[in-house]
Design a protein around this ligand. Structure first.
Ligand code: KG4
Length: 369
């Protein structure tokens, strides 16, 4: 059985052909980074217009590289949401049209399910159940994955996603979009202990790791004293062992640090800022994932989503998994960022338990998982 996977949730047009034994026959992607980089973020209308141009050639290329034609395809799996509505509509309507004309069934796939299962594209596959940290430009969530089609949401960001924070900090520092890889590259030459950026633990048991003061002499703390239990300011509720995230305060703290440095006539130490910011994000992501595993007594950790391409996150998670004797799985970077292969895979599993898609289905902007 062959599945054609189609992904257009944000700014990458991607397609892949996957055999039911998880053998990937092709995976192609057209990136729009060059279009959005000068705006410092994705411009939704430009993204959907570019998908319109790319969708047909990208699907044809995926079929050609797999040495198959439309008539060889048994199932079309397409991202139904979450994402940018205009972008999703291009892929979803293309899949419906192809399904109608070719009489091939289609399934709408939740993009998060793709990230949660992308690790199964690798040789080394985890066993269920596992705790999955999914971190991308649009989401930061922790799930308990119980099977290929059963996922329990344990925690998620209350404001910015981790990738969004990377992208916004890159913009503050004048680095290109998408910011994650650039911040990560700058961080390689910096000192992660140079600036004490805050960690929003949102819970008492982890708050001992938190820190709030800016390192600039004479500068004011980012938040008033007394907010230290949560690290998120006085308005945020403090819960025991919350698995939620909050990254908007960290982003603001970086902005404040840069403004204060400029006001004091100090040069911006970009590598140190990047390394210290990255460390603050990675600390929270890793510790909350380990907390989720302890709480639910799970021995396997999986990473997914674009930010999991970050070398420091991968390294830090591996180290903590070894310390706590957990098995750790992460896909190669090209399967961490958006791709058609993970959508084909998730759609294949989904189709074994559910009826095919119907032509009156619509796309959605928020994950249903
Ligand atoms: O999953 P993805 O390709 O797209 C969606 O958000 O759906 O993730 C893209 C995000 C961007 O925010 C990008 O800056 C971030 O992943 N990213 C990284 C790295 N590579 C990509 N963030 C940190 N370090 C990286 N090496």
């Amino acid at each position: 059985m062959l599945t054609l996977g189609i992904e257009t949730s944000c700014d990458d047009t991607a397609a892949a052909v996957l055999r039911d034994d998880n053998t990937l026959l092709s995976s192609v992607l057209s990136s729009q980074d060059h279009i959005h980089t000068r705006f410092g973020g994705v411009v939704p209308e430009l993204a959907s217009r570019k998908h319109l141009e790319s969708i047909v050639p990208i699907v044809h290329e995926a079929l050609d590289r797999a040495c198959v034609t439309h008539s060889d395809i048994d199932l079309i799996a397409v991202t139904q949401g979450p994402g940018l509505i205009g972008s999703l509509l291009v892929g979803f309507n293309y899949a419906k049209a192809l399904s109608s004309v070719s009489r091939i069934p289609f399934v709408g796939v939740d993009h998060m399910a793709g990230h949660l299962l992308a690790v199964f594209l690798e040789e080394d596959k985890p066993a269920f159940p596992y705790i999955a940290l999914i971190v991308s430009g649009g989401t930061s969530s922790i799930y308990l994955a119980r099977s290929q089609t059963s996922f329990l949401l344990l925690g998620r960001t209350r404001d910015d996603a981790a990738g969004e924070a990377f992208d916004k900090v890159a913009k503050i520092l004048g680095l290109p979009y998408p910011g994650g890889p650039h911040v990560s590259a700058e961080a390689g030459a910096g000192n992660s202990a140079a600036i004490k950026f805050p960690r929003a633990w949102l819970g008492r048991s982890l708050s001992i790791h938190g820190s709030h003061a800016s390192s600039i002499p004479g500068a004011r703390d980012t938040w008033p004293s007394g907010a230290c239990a949560s690290g998120t300011g006085p308005s945020m509720a403090v819960e025991e062992d919350s698995l939620d995230f909050s990254f908007s305060g960290l982003k603001t703290s970086v902005l404040n640090h840069c403004n204060q440095s400029r006001q004091m006539g100090l040069p911006l130490q970009i590598p140190d800022i990047c390394a210290s910011f990255q460390e603050a994000i990675v600390d929270v992501l890793v510790e909350k994932t380990m907390l989720a595993a302890r709480k639910h007594n799970i021995r396997t950790i999986v990473l997914g989503g674009g930010v999991s391409a970050n070398p420091r996150l991968r390294e830090s998670m591996l180290k903590r998994c070894r310390q706590e004797e957990k098995a750790f799985f992460v896909p190669r970077p090209s399967f961490c960022t958006d791709n058609g292969a993970m959508i084909a895979l998730a759609g294949f599993y989904y189709s074994r338990h559910s009826a095919p898609g119907s032509y009156d289905q619509d796309v959605y902007s928020r994950s249903q998982l």
